[in-house]
Ligand binder design. Structure first.
Ligand code: GLU
Length: 286
């Protein structure tokens, strides 16, 4: 059965861009007579707050959406993610990384813009690692692309792909060849949280039976990394529908950091849910 999700992080109030994304996913589920799952992605304890989670439920209810219960809250399931890390680690696919972001940036020297995102700092020397461990310094677990490639074999590695039913930011659609090294030796367990976004999201999509991931084009690159993780873990491959990003009157996309007008502010200013749905192109909802 068609199953999709909306997976916000409770780091602020929802804005129109979130409403558009949530309505896109929810309408797809309704149109297919399928499931709609709401998932709270709150592994970042420094940025997430319970009051934002409450506000998300309030805003989405106001918008007219409904979802399966109970709602999965990622911070309640850190053991699940630790087990996946343990699995990958046991297969020799991860390495400890004690470096700071700044140290990695510095080591890249004059490397072109974007190199940081695809960085592959590599394992520490065994002696250095032993010493850093002994000193009790925090470390992240990174996925070794080299070892992942060996583990999967050339044919699988070169044949990784996903189905794009929507459109990537450059118009990509249909079967897309995965660039498995797009994000470098990606961090799968952060120093502070013991897990990182790509791992939690792929685990939960598999666990919750999500077979259609409907989300914004800003996450198109993430799909490349996520297909690699799914393949390494033997999880099913969902189809993807990346949707366009909503832009404000100034032509820029809505984002929390810009203090885009929030749904709560719109509501307080007298905007009705129906008016907002119409504005966003979902007039038949509700
Ligand atoms: N939690 C992510 C975010 O708020 C979305 C994850 C996803 O849709 O895959 O940006």
């Amino acid at each position: 059965m068609f199953a999709t999700r909306f997976a916000p992080s409770p780091t602020g109030r929802l804005h129109k861009g979130h409403a558009f994304s949530a309505l896109t996913a929810w309408s797809a589920a309704k149109a297919a007579g399928g499931r709609f799952v709401l998932r709270i992605e709150d592994i970042d304890a420094t940025r997430c707050r319970p009051e934002y989670e409450t506000a998300i439920l309030e805003d989405l209810t106001w918008l007219g959406l409904d979802w399966e219960t109970p709602v999965r809250r990622q911070s309640d399931h850190l053991d699940d993610y630790a087990a996946v890390i343990e699995n990958l680690r046991g297969r020799g696919l991860l390495y400890r990384c004690f470096r700071t972001r700044k140290a990695i940036l510095d080591s890249l020297g004059d490397a072109p813009h974007g190199a940081m995102e695809a960085a592959r700092p590599g394992p520490h020397d065994p002696e250095e690692e032993a010493e850093l461990l002994q000193r009790g310094l925090p470390f992240a677990w990174r996925l070794s692309l080299e070892r992942a490639r060996q583990a999967l074999g050339e044919a699988t590695w070169n044949g990784l792909s996903f189905i794009e039913e929507g459109q990537g930011p450059d118009g990509e659609t249909g079967r897309i060849a995965v660039r498995p090294d797009a994000a470098g030796d990606v961090v799968l367990a952060r120093k502070d949280a013991g897990v990182a976004y790509h791992l939690a999201v792929t685990h939960d999509d598999a666990l919750q039976g999500i077979d259609h991931v409907v989300r914004g084009q800003d996450l198109f690159e993430a799909t490349h990394v996520q297909r690699l993780i799914q393949t390494l873990m033997g999880w099913p491959a969902p189809a993807y529908r990346h949707h366009r990003l909503l832009t404000g009157p100034d032509g820029r996309r809505y984002a929390k950091r810009d203090r885009s007008v929030t749904l709560a502010e719109l509501r307080a200013g007298g905007t009705t849910a129906e008016a907002l749905r119409n504005e966003l192109g979902f007039s038949s909802v509700g």
